[in-house]
Design a protein around this ligand. Structure first.
Ligand code: F6R
Length: 595
């Protein structure tokens, strides 16, 4: 949430910072801004909307500064407005700050500053920071500025990644707590950003919590919590998060939906080559009585499928819950519990707070993430990486496919450890991925899209595993098409929701579990009898009286893979026909780093 970027070097900073911000736009795109040093003063430019608007504004000016910080915002405190856009400045316009995160005690600190005469032009939690730094400044040496920054951050509660400019000083000062900040020493200069994938090639470093960095034309220096100079370890990873552009598709989301098969194949290949899965399984699941799974959004849907499989195939009791609700209904967790956390970004605040909670209970922890440098990867006892490559669209699609690959392989391994038979083989998973490639355009979906685009509300329904698939399908449809879409277990309809059905209602029904076919067909009759329309997604050859049938080719247990892809394509088509920018759905951002 919110992307921050900065450049110091011997070149004009603007293209580097703007390019970096553009790559961070999935973190927020309601406003953007830059601050830079020019002729011994601090200048600032802020606009509403995305980085393209900022680029247009920048092109009207001559900016030849080689020291710059930038921000792309997802509003938390304060509505979307130029005043609330970052960089935020001190009253004296001598300190500029870009911030990612949330300051929980900003109300008190703001009142304190106001009582000393500081005025505020924004409603943000951030504006207190440049003013506090200003008040703490005793001079303009690196030591004095770092000291002012540390005095300030010691009083902040919450999470933050901060980049700071001070007038007349051609350097960026940075610090972070519970929020990622990465640095690169590249051929073009020195840069800082919220995400690895936004940075150019070069030696990369990640800042530790409450550490500090100073970026100058000569290089980057790091300091620990006691302000002692430290050498951070170079990140020893191939950059799996590099932005490869749209590759000829009209959006990142369209490209990423098409890459679902690759995400599964690459993940399977890398899991086999590394022995991370074998080690984690042997260590964690040989004597496990309980598993607790938490995550948010799409990752939670992957978690629900994992929980279903673990109970059904392995016979292990599982508790699955939203990470944001977990602490209000905490399940019993002790040293014999394995807690599994799933997160594409590995930075989701709610999920990370559950990891901390599990650790206080001595639980053993397993993380599944797509970002090797993420906080989640560093916090858990065992980490299994998906290999989907960078996911740029806000809606998660290909990473879910990679998570499903991990889930199926994990379940298979646990079955082996527990001497239980498993309904699917490794070859079945790969076959399923290959069939996914052939599912590129489901022709009937164009016709269905033309009908559904005018609906205010839709239902996605199923029983058992199909209900879990429905949850993800409904989320995808609502987040990019803005059509209200509700997932329900089919059997629940007659306990209330059937009251909504009439001849204008449309339901997408999933029927991929042979043992549930008869019950599902009965439910379809209940729906059509009320005049409602049914679009059936099934892997069976059945004759049911519905409006449309979309056939998928897969065995029952693996059906979430192709069925979710069909629903991803439908969501894309609905968004396209409604002229919605799928990569920037309203009110959403990727990487939800605030609770
Ligand atoms: C939906 C979507 C979100 C994320 C959720 C968790 O398409 O992308 O629901 O799945 O915000 O994010 P991660 O997986 O990064 O923890």
């Amino acid at each position: 949430m919110c992307g921050i970027a900065g450049y110091v070097g011997y070149k004009v900073a603007t293209p580097f910072v703007l390019d970096c911000l553009q790559k961070l736009e999935y973190r927020g795109y309601d406003s953007a801004g830059i601050a830079f040093t020019q002729n011994d003063s601090l200048c600032r430019l802020r606009v509403l909307g995305g980085v393209d608007n900022l680029k247009r504004a920048v092109s009207q000016d001559v900016i030849d500064s080689s020291v710059m910080i930038g921000h792309t915002r997802w509003a938390t405190h304060g509505r979307v407005s130029v005043e609330n856009a970052h960089p935020q400045m001190s009253n004296h316009h001598d300190v500029a700050v870009v911030h990612n995160g949330i300051i929980e005690n900003f109300d008190n600190l703001k009142a304190e500053l106001q009582s000393t005469g500081v005025t505020f032009e924004s409603q943000t939690d951030t504006e207190i920071i440049p003013n506090m730094i200003h008040n703490n400044l005793t001079g303009y040496t690196d030591t004095q500025i770092l000291d002012a920054l540390q005095k300030t951050t010691r009083r902040l509660q919450g999470s933050f990644a901060l980049c700071v400019l001070v007038s007349k000083v051609d350097k960026i000062f940075a610090t972070a707590r519970f929020s990622p900040l990465l640095f690169v020493k590249s051929d073009y200069g020195f840069m800082v950003a919220s995400d690895l994938g936004a940075l150019p090639n070069g030696e990369k470093y990640k800042l530790l919590d409450d550490y500090f960095a100073v970026i100058s034309k000569e290089g980057i220096s790091f300091f620990d919590k006691d302000m002692q100079p430290v050498t951070l370890q170079k990140l020893d990873i191939t950059n799996t998060q590099q932005d490869e552009g749209h590759l000829g598709f009209d959006s990142y989301m369209a490209k990423e939906v098409s890459q679902g098969g690759d995400a599964i194949r690459n993940t399977c290949k890398n899991l086999i080559e590394s022995n991370a899965l074998d080690i984690a399984c042997t260590e964690l699941f040989t004597h496990t009585f309980r598993i607790v799974i938490t995550a948010c959004g799409t990752a939670l849907h992957a978690g629900r499928i994992l929980g279903y499989m673990l109970q059904k195939e392995c016979g292990i009791e599982c508790v699955i819950d939203y990470a944001s609700e977990f602490r209000y209904f905490p399940p019993h967790i002790d040293e014999e519990t394995v807690c599994i956390f799933i997160s594409q970004s590995g930075e989701t605040a709610d999920t990370l707070s559950c990891v901390e909670f599990a650790k206080t209970k001595q639980a053993r922890t397993l993380g599944i993430t797509n970002v090797p440098t993420s906080r989640l990867a560093g916090m858990v006892d065992y980490c299994i990486l998906s290999s989907a490559g960078a996911e740029r669209a806000v809606a998660s699609t290909k990473v879910l496919m990679a998570q499903l690959a991990i889930i199926y392989m994990l379940v298979q391994k646990i079955c082996k450890i527990l001497n239980k038979s498993c309904e699917f083989s490794f070859k079945d998973i790969l076959d399923c991925a290959n069939k996914l490639d052939r599912l590129k355009s489901v022709s009937k979906l164009d016709k269905i899209t033309r009908i559904l685009q005018h609906k205010q509300s839709l239902f996605v329904l199923g029983r058992g595993l199909d209900y879990l698939t429905a949850l993800e399908g409904a989320l995808k449809i609502k987040e990019v098409s803005y059509i209200h879409c509700e997932a329900l277990p089919l059997g629940e309809l007659k306990h209330g929701s059937l009251a909504l059905f009439n001849n204008d209602s449309y339901c997408i029904v999933l029927m991929t579990q042979k043992h549930l076919m008869a019950k599902t067909i009965n439910n379809i009759h209940e729906i059509t009898t009320r005049g409602a329309h049914v679009i059936l997604i099934t892997n069976m050859d059945v004759s049911v009286d519905v409006d449309y049938v979309i056939k998928i080719d897969c065995q029952d247990t693996l059906s979430p893979i192709p069925a979710i892809k069909v629903l991803q394509i439908l969501a894309l088509k609905l968004a396209k026909i409604k002229k919605i920018d799928v990569d920037k759905p309203r009110n959403l951002a990727k990487s939800v780093t605030v609770e």
